[in-house]
Ligand binder design. Structure first.
Ligand SMILES: Nc1nc2c(ncn2[C@@H]2O[C@H](COP(=O)(O)OP(=O)(O)O)[C@@H](O)[C@H]2O)c(=O)[nH]1
Ligand SMILES: [Mg+2]
Length: 486
């Protein structure tokens, strides 16, 4: 055990010994650029760049000339902000320069910083890595920060922001504390109770806590689909027979002619994907080849195969049909309902078990061709041509997205990465092994050492989740997601 903490200490020393700098604002010309410096040499670097005798007041902006420390040439005039550790993002001494955002200005200042001994350019995510090693952020908060930088919609921003504020980490640390107590109770028993009879009361209490915890984790895992779906975007596929207006609908929803629309059947072959923001939720919308059974065209056949495979993977399905086709069918089958038509339609498209799927919206397009259409339950009438009904469709899609992604909240944060899922499943498995081994607690006479081992393994999974148990490979993956300067 202490070998590991020795390793962590070495790592910490390694990371905190370096002083790094980077452009933290975006690349390219801009009004103001922010350059960040962090590490033990920060104070010295600041003095060298500004010729200040004393350190400026912490966290207050100072307007200063910024110089090349060797030539003393003034490179720009800008704001200097001094953040002495530990009250800084990284937990170390650090400062920011807010300078003019021209490329030559930025380069001259980065070059000037590079002339200072033991100060070097940062790698991607290195500032955040320092913050992690200095205990400013745990691993789920680091991931939240990476997601916050990537977030494209309001709901994603909310989930990521809450995570940076410790919504998940509070959850997991609370579970960790419960488990630590359970382990302590069992281990105390092993240490002191070798000869005496087992205190069943203690074991009963621990088993009860473990049972409650495993149920909570199981619930959290179920709910986690929502967080994952929100983080990755809701995979949505438009399906239907050829020429019902699938590509027209995609174009309408993304407000640009992304897909080719023609009256020729079989126009769309490849899957065409666009990412949209609908009601603050991320929608990854796929247009597909029209489903028809009889085609000799090899390319179209492959397109249909791909459409059917999207059908299997999608979170949400928009099933499209045409008002012209529906009215023809009504003429032939005057007694039937839309439900009958739908049944027949999905069978003819070979969409197996469609009506058993939970998340689909049936859309009747081209209602402009059917002026007397009264509407039906469970179907959204639209016309891509006149745009009638599209607002209603978007509202319905938003409703589905809310169901699929949930509404991020501090009280019920959702796990949202495979890494979270794996560690929680490992934790759950060991808790279940514990409970199985305890069996009927009233007549337990098994091995306490083994029990403690199961709990310790679950605890280790939670440790991996928040980052108290870690390895460099995993950290490289997580911090590799950041850009330089963060
Ligand atoms: N009248 C009418 N025609 C439409 C409507 N939506 C699409 N179309 C036409 O139907 C044809 C097929 O459209 P397209 O989007 O390519 O269908 P897809 O094969 O399902 O992708 C094109 O000629 C479109 O202009 C609509 O709402 N009303
Ligand atoms: Mg098409």
């Amino acid at each position: 055990m202490w070998k590991l903490s020795g390793f962590v200490r070495t790592l910490k020393r390694f990371y905190s010994s370096r002083t790094i700098f980077a452009l933290s604002s975006g690349q390219g010309k801009c009004g103001v650029a922010v350059i960040r410096i962090s590490g033990p040499k920060s104070g010295e670097a600041l003095k060298k760049l500004t010729n200040m005798k004393n350190m400026p007041e912490p966290r207050l902006a100072n307007l200063r000339s910024i110089r090349n420390p060797i030539t003393q040439e003034i490179l720009d005039k800008g704001l200097v902000l001094w953040f002495p550790g530990p009250k800084s993002f990284t937990g170390e001494d650090s400062f920011e320069l807010h300078v003019h955002g021209g490329l030559a200005v930025i380069n001259s200042i980065l070059n000037a910083l590079g002339t200072i001994d033991n100060v070097r350019a940062a790698e991607a995510g290195e500032f955040t890595k320092k913050a992690f090693h200095n205990g400013k952020l745990d691993l789920t908060e680091v991931e939240g920060l990476a997601d916050l930088l990537q977030a494209e919609t309001e709901a994603q921003r909310k989930q990521a922001f809450l995570q940076t504020q410790g919504s998940l980490s509070r959850f997991y640390n609370n579970w960790k504390e419960i488990l630590v107590k359970c382990v302590a109770h069992i281990e105390a028993h092993i240490d002191f109770d070798e000869t005496e009879t087992l205190d069943l009361g203690i074991l009963l209490g621990v088993a009860r806590d473990v049972k409650k915890l495993r149920d909570e984790i199981e619930n959290h895992l179920k709910d986690g689909r929502k967080g994952e779906t929100l983080r990755n975007g809701v995979k949505t596929v438009i399906l239907g027979e050829p020429n019902v207006g699938k590509s027209s609908l995609l174009n309408l929803l993304c407000q640009r002619p992304a897909a080719i629309v023609t009256p020729i059947e079989g126009t769309t072959r490849d899957i065409l994907e666009v990412t949209l923001n609908i009601g603050g939720y991320p929608l990854v919308l796929a247009d597909t080849a029209g489903l028809r059974l009889k085609t000799d065209d090899l390319v179209e056949k492959e397109g249909i195969k791909r459409a059917l495979s999207m059908y299997e993977q999608a979170d949400l399905i928009l099933l499209l049909t045409g008002a012209d086709k529906y009215s023809l069918w009504l003429e032939k089958n005057p007694e039937s309902t839309f439900q009958d038509y739908l049944q027949n339609y999905v069978e003819s498209l070979k969409l197996s078990n469609f009506l058993d799927k939970k998340n689909f919206i049936v859309v009747l397009n081209k209602t402009d061709l059917l002026p007397n259409f009264d509407g039906e339950e469970n179907l959204i009438p639209i016309s891509c041509k006149t745009e009638q009904g599209v607002t209603n469709l978007v509202e319905n899609i938003t409703g589905e997205l809310k169901k699929l992604c949930g509404e991020p909240s501090k009280e019920h944060p959702s796990m949202n990465q495979i890494r979270h899922r794996q560690n929680l499943i490992n934790c759950l498995e060991n808790l279940d092994l514990f409970l199985k081994y305890v069996g009927k607690t009233e007549d337990f006479n098994g091995d306490m050492v083994l029990l403690a081992e199961y709990l310790r393994k679950s605890l280790k999974s939670l440790g991996k989740l928040v980052g108290t148990v870690t390895n460099e490979q995993l950290l490289d993956v997580i911090f590799g997601d950041f850009c330089i300067g963060k």
